[in-house]
Design a protein. Structure first.
Lengths: 480, 480
């Protein structure tokens, strides 16, 4: 980055959102050093600033998994082809996008090995070995790992051949328990998205066409991006005894009978980072929610050559770090204006300016990234006031995203309204439940069904597509 | 596990260490539910009890990496063959054990992709893109990930086709800085092994024959297992400008000249779990150092049917958890003797027995796993006394392992003494520095050179093998 660029020039480097949202996204992720392209088709290099967000997601979400009784394990990444083929729908869904290992060292393999696109089949294999009686149930395991899906068209964080995720896999003695698990984890995801990522989500059940390959029921959380498109941000699946039958996972129940277990799985991925960018970002660049910001506040010495400024800036940074805040001090030899732009682009929630005039008054000037509002805070009060300000930013981002989302959901009663609504948001309408109508919407508007909310209070009685009797309330939207 | 087995029967399930150390190891890892075999050649399933140890290793080690100025990233797992081939020695070292992806989805690949056996080549590719001037240096990155080496003979944790590890990769402006980095990280590893894992290690430089493929110098920490064999528990490498030249990683230095960067890498893996097992374990099973024990203390209600016992046990467990200790309460319907054995086998550092008689006296009986010594602690004092006891166990394990290790290192002056010493430990002797002598020792005794300590005070002047003038002090030992 050249020195002494003025603000205008600097900001120009990012394409405005409303000119070209796709280009804006690419500009932001590259210029903020979150990610880079790799010399492998469709794969990404996650750089420290992007990976730092993933680490904060992992840490906080993992604590929720453990609080709900889950334990972490690690399963092999290679799956023998025969294993992947055991459950018919699952094969059909994943086989076209599998990367195959055919040679190990100098020997060609007798059986091809798939790099896991997801791990149901290996979890099932091990569960069949581990479970014997009802006393062994439930088993509630999760793993954090990489997976590989050979995608045709890719975009960093949103869709890449390799990505990082967590996948929970659980087995239970009864259908009720498995259903409860699928809904409990959906709620864990919803709470996390809304309270940690500040992203409002619609939770509900996916249609038959859109559910996971091999699942009896799939639930999702759907977030709306700034361009009105949907991002499926997390899913939970109830498999019933589908996989249990394919993999012969049986247990001796209390009543002395051998029964199939009931199974679930659930996952979120590095996609969530894409959602953060596309929900909160603006024309200046990233806007990070404080709870997942690798740097929550940046301390900038102003007129650093003046006596005492640098020392005071360090003192402030040190006391904030000691209070558990993620703080960075920027002492680079660049103009204040250049640094302001740089840290705004990187989405740091709060900037703290430490200058000679403010110091005389025992205060610092703070600027919040979301609203760009400036205020002063007494230096002595910073360790108690900054957390409050960060909390305000966190709440403010959620409120803003929620207002945007709600303003871009329209109730629709026919195809014309639906087509218009999905141009810049979601449509909410009644649906007859047929695959045909779902496909008709997809073909005409490139919009898919999102999910069916749990509150099914009808807003009409005829299908938006065919006009016949409607049975379901459902959301439609274009998607990433 | 059947109920009401008596102690003797139970302990019999593990083969005694001195009867068959290899079988003892297998018994311990399987019966304590650390790991299981997978339906993929040479791969392992890490179960919660084993993965819990890895999580504690990761958490504590990652904090040390960050404290020494490193940041985490994530690089793609697939490496184009042409990339792997760029550095000649590196190819030679790794190509024979690479798993190759040759098909992506339905299309055969134009170029084979290697599943990373290590990531020097992709880090180098990205560094070449990222570094421009001396201002960009150093770059000190690390990643936690899985790697794959197609091994012929495998054993869980010690040598598997897929394993988990961390790999640090750094680039620097000067040779001095790179050398300092390699030695700093070796010291981070040593401190971690000794203070967290309670495993004494010998640190030093590997011989030319034993160094990493492509490195100018490799440093290692070597631990001694209970059978006297060595386990190379961690390595750091100084590549000099070897990879920089192969990958053309240049920067503009302060003096206006284009120069090659100087590079290091360093790694430890899930192997460390194998070391913990084989250094501290005994005939009853695992013995875990408190700092990496997923359960630091198990609370056992004794005569749980007596009034108040269960409540008191919960109260105690809750207060210890609140104090930040990892505590588990075992309320299963099994005899006290059965539970004693079970938790001893699982290596839990301290057992806390809560029984009616002790309760009357306001105390609990505690038993430490390392010495099996029992004592009583006042219930009111538990949250302050238990951490001290755990600390005693941690120190005790290190002292015991150190005494064992030192008693099994013998100074040797000729091949006969060397051959005898490596039967049940390490030999320390002078060496002429030739590959021939190293290979002669390897061929005759199946023992390799471990490393050359930094303190090179000679203990003789002729080579243990050829009798010619010696230049180096070095350790020899058989290895895992």
């Amino acid at each position: 980055m050249a020195k002494n660029k003025n603000q205008q020039e600097f900001v120009k480097e990012i394409t405005p959102r409303d000119v070209d949202f796709g280009q804006w996204y690419t500009d932001v992720i590259l210029k903020t050093d979150m990610v880079d392209y790799a010399p492998v088709r469709g794969c990404m290099v996650i750089k420290p600033y992007g990976y730092g967000i993933w680490e904060l997601i992992q840490k906080q979400m993992d604590a929720e998994f453990k609080a709900t009784g889950h334990e972490n394990v690690y399963m092999p990444m290679l799956l023998p082809e025969s294993l992947l083929m055991k459950e018919a729908e699952h094969v059909e869904g994943f086989a076209p996008e599998v990367a195959w290992v055919t040679q190990g060292g100098t020997e060609p393999l007798a059986e091809r090995l798939a790099i896991r696109p997801t791990s149901e089949t290996i979890f099932c294999t091990m569960y069949a070995k581990w479970v014997q009686s009802w006393r062994d149930l439930p088993m509630k395991y999760n793993q954090w790992c990489n997976v590989m899906r050979w995608e045709k068209s890719t975009r960093p964080f949103l869709r890449t051949s390799e990505f990082l995720w967590q996948e929970g896999h659980t087995i239970h003695a009864t259908a009720e328990e498995a259903q409860e698990e699928a809904l409990t984890m959906l709620e864990v995801y919803r709470k996390f998205a809304e309270e940690v990522l500040a992203i409002p989500v619609l939770v509900g059940q996916k249609s038959e066409l859109e559910k996971f390959a091999g699942a009896r029921a799939t639930y999702s959380m759907e977030a709306m991006m700034h361009d009105g498109k949907a991002l499926q941000a997390g899913t939970t699946h109830n498999f019933g005894d589908n996989f249990a039958k394919a993999f012969d996972i049986m247990f001796l129940d209390k009543d002395g009978k051998q029964k199939y277990v009931e199974e679930t799985s659930w996952g979120v991925s590095t996609r969530l980072i894409g959602a953060i960018i596309m929900v909160h970002g603006d024309d200046r660049g990233l806007v990070l929610p404080p709870k997942v910001a690798p740097i929550q506040a940046v301390v900038l010495p102003i007129a650093a050559h003046k006596p005492g400024v640098t020392e005071k800036a360090h003192q402030i940074a040190d006391s904030l770090k000691a209070a558990g805040l993620r703080v960075h001090i920027d002492e680079r030899d660049q103009s204040a204006g250049w640094k302001f732009n740089e840290w705004e682009m990187k989405g740091v929630p709060v900037r703290i300016e430490v200058g000679p005039r403010d110091m005389e008054n025992g205060v610092v000037t703070v600027c919040r990234r979301d609203t760009l509002e400036k205020s002063t805070i007494a230096i002595d009060a910073l360790t108690t006031e900054l957390p409050k300000l960060l909390d305000d930013v966190q709440q403010g981002l959620f409120a803003k995203a929620l207002a945007f989302r709600d303003a871009h959901i329209k109730d629709v009663t026919n195809m014309e309204e639906l087509g218009e609504a999905v141009q810049d948001g979601f449509a909410r309408g009644m649906w007859c439940g047929s695959d045909e109508c779902e496909l008709e919407v997809k073909n005409r508007f490139n919009a898919k069904t999102r999910n069916m909310p749990f509150d099914q209070t009808p807003i009409g009685d005829t299908c938006v597509c065919c006009g016949k009797k409607a049975t379901k309330l459902i959301y439609f939207g274009k998607q990433y």
